[in-house]
Design a protein around this ligand. Sequence first.
Ligand SMILES: Nc1ncnc2c1ncn2[C@@H]1O[C@H](COP(=O)(O)OP(=O)(O)OP(=O)(O)O)[C@@H](O)[C@H]1O
Ligand SMILES: Nc1nc2c(c(=O)[nH]1)N=C(CO)CN2
Length: 225
Amino acid sequence: MRFTEWEPVYVQILDSFGFGRAGDETARDTLASLVTPFDRSRLAWENKTVAICGAAPTLGDELARVDDADVIVAASTAADVVLDAGYDLDLMVTDLDKNPETAVSLTESGTPVAAAAHGDNVPAIREWVPQFADEHVLGTTQAAPVGPVVNWGGFTDGDRAAFIADELGAERLVFAGWDFDDPTVDEMKAQKLAWAERLLAWLERRRNEEFSILDGRRDDIEPLP
Ligand SMILES: Nc1ncnc2c1ncn2[C@@H]1O[C@H](COP(=O)(O)OP(=O)(O)OP(=O)(O)O)[C@@H](O)[C@H]1O
Ligand SMILES: Nc1nc2c(c(=O)[nH]1)N=C(CO)CN2
């Protein structure tokens, strides 16, 4: 995903939440000062089935879905569920707002972590990124990419994980731990999940793929861009 393709969608997201672009850019620049370029050839996922684990309460019951995957990616707290169940992770995707200690320990053991900068997580970036093993950190932004910080698309940790897998050439994406109608989430999270759903519908269309988590829902999703 090039930024020119992402930008019109990004502008809609900023508008929908009332987030400021300048805040995202400041956060991105902070992250850029703390990370080095990530060697993406380590994550060559062509011909791979990649499992994208979200953190819905259903994840624990759906973990068998990752058994046939070649690669396991977990968003935020989904990483803890996957690791506690005894699986190895290939990548954690996070904006550092819930379980940054997991990200520290993963980078220390050589597992890559994609760390996102946005206007509301600058203190977390400053606190946690210096604690990561640098060569295992992929810095990401939802604003324009700068230096070592990439933008391969995506907004919430979970849909960003899917966009990253797409960028890395994944042949097939499978999903566990996704519940767009989760009744336990607050209003802001529900709005974020609605965007995640829209973004995944856009991604599956771009990929000519059908994500089963969107079955029965497509007619009600407003298309992007
Ligand atoms: N019902 C759900 N509740 C929470 N997350 C979900 C759900 N369904 C899918 N997800 C995906 O799992 C990801 C990780 O969720 P979690 O609540 O651990 O993280 P988070 O740090 O709050 O995520 P974010 O900052 O992206 O909102 C979310 O970003 C979202 O994409
Ligand atoms: N500015 C800003 N950007 C975000 C935010 C957020 O709270 N503020 N949350 C996200 C996923 O939770 C992703 N991006």
